[in-house]
Design a protein around this ligand. Structure first.
Ligand SMILES: NC(=O)c1ccc[n+]([C@@H]2O[C@H](COP(=O)([O-])OP(=O)(O)OC[C@H]3O[C@@H](n4cnc5c(N)ncnc54)[C@H](O)[C@@H]3O)[C@@H](O)[C@H]2O)c1
Length: 344
């Protein structure tokens, strides 16, 4: 078996669909540094944008040649030329934007985490089902070429039966001038959702139970804990261990180490490289040219465009994202109660 992976196999694919128009809500940091850069590289230009801050929408429109600036949400969702609405705002105003898109039959790409409670997520699922609207959740880490390569290797059976996943994340987001520090449970929920989602993506099935602990450290600016550790039981011999320290004080705090151990070997993945070491042979090393930021942000949008054209569910639909959010909120509940949280 040849385990070789090409750049093309692992990179997010441009959409096959043509003539599907996008409008964006929220012209803040992530829209500018990631969404629109990835779309621009693939030749996708939104037809309009809206931000409560008129200066932000004007700057974004100018930077990415977006022809129309909407004055309000209603104007955007009433534009019959818009097929997909890309929502990248915080929790304030999200429900209103989501509801308006559903009411006007717009397909939705929504930033993770979709909401801050399971009850609200279930309501969003219900709203979109009733409206017959497709919703893709922007878990774009799945489309980072390194993570896509890990999934390709797992699907090919490169490590055989998967037994153990270890996922260590390190970073620093304790800047008092950012929204991060003021967002409740930012580290575990808003940021950690990427890693819980990746673990579930690699596991390929739903978690049975989770236990976690979290901690605040003296002097931190965050209103909630900046460090957590979790253990996840996927049943049938597959377990995972995940930790994230979001207050690493070294000059370059960011680091990620993922190890996936199976019956036939192991996969090692960091920000740059994927390495496969099988028990019967030498290592395969894959270092993709394309990166998570901003390249992966093409993935969820391109897939949603194709899903709309082909009338199928998007790859990371809101319905399918429910398993990830259960895991995230389960970990949070466990960290708060000190008990394992078991899923049905
Ligand atoms: N997927 C990722 O990797 C990733 C990374 C960063 C942020 N995010 C998510 O993206 C969202 C935005 O984060 P950000 O860092 O860009 O924040 P930001 O504060 O830089 O930008 C938010 C923008 O939304 C605008 N806004 C707020 N409420 C609005 C409303 N009701 N209608 C229209 N515009 C409104 C603000 O004026 C601002 O320009 C958050 O939910 C965050 O969790 C995801």
């Amino acid at each position: 078996m040849n385990w070789h992976i090409t750049e093309e196999q692992a990179a997010p694919k441009p959409p096959k669909a043509r003539g599907i128009n996008v409008a964006v809500i929220g012209c803040g940091e992530i829209m500018n540094i990631a969404h629109l850069k990835a779309y621009q590289a693939a030749g996708i230009t939104p037809i309009g944008c809206f931000d409560l801050n008129a200066e932000a929408s004007a700057k974004t429109a100018a930077a990415f040649n977006i022809p129309r600036i909407y004055k309000c949400l209603e104007e955007l969702v009433s534009d019959e030329n818009v097929h997909i609405v890309d929502i990248a705002i915080h929790m304030n105003g999200r429900r209103e934007a989501f509801e308006a898109c559903c009411k006007h039959g717009k397909q939705i790409l929504i930033q993770k985490p979709v909401a801050h409670s399971m009850a609200e997520i279930e309501q969003f699922v219900q709203m979109s089902h009733t409206a017959g609207v497709k919703v893709q959740v922007n878990q774009q880490a799945r489309w980072a070429p390194t993570h896509a390569a890990v999934k390709i290797l797992l699907n090919r059976g490169a490590v055989g039966r998967l037994n153990f996943i270890r996922f260590e994340m390190r970073g620093w987001q304790d800047d008092p001038n950012t929204w991060y520090v003021r967002q409740k449970n930012m580290t575990l929920v808003d940021h950690g959702v990427h890693y819980f989602d990746l673990i579930r993506f690699f596991a390929g099935r739903e978690a049975k139970r989770v236990a976690a602990m979290h901690a605040s450290v003296p002097g931190q600016k965050h209103i909630s804990p900046v460090i957590y550790s979790a253990v996840i039981d996927f049943g049938d011999g597959l377990t995972a261990e995940h930790c994230f320290n979001n207050k690493v004080m070294t000059p370059e705090p960011w680091g990620m180490n993922i190890v996936l151990d199976g019956e036939e070997g192991s996969i090692f993945c960091d920000f740059e490289t994927v390495r496969l070491q099988r028990r019967d042979g030498g290592p395969l090393v894959f270092t993709p040219q394309k990166k998570w930021f901003p390249d992966a942000f093409l993935g969820p949008m391109a897939d949603l465009m194709d899903a709309v054209a082909e009338n199928r569910e998007p790859a990371c639909s809101l319905q399918s994202n429910v398993g990830t959010m259960r895991l995230v909120f389960g970990a949070l509940e466990s960290a708060e109660t000190g008990e394992f949280v078991t899923f049905e």
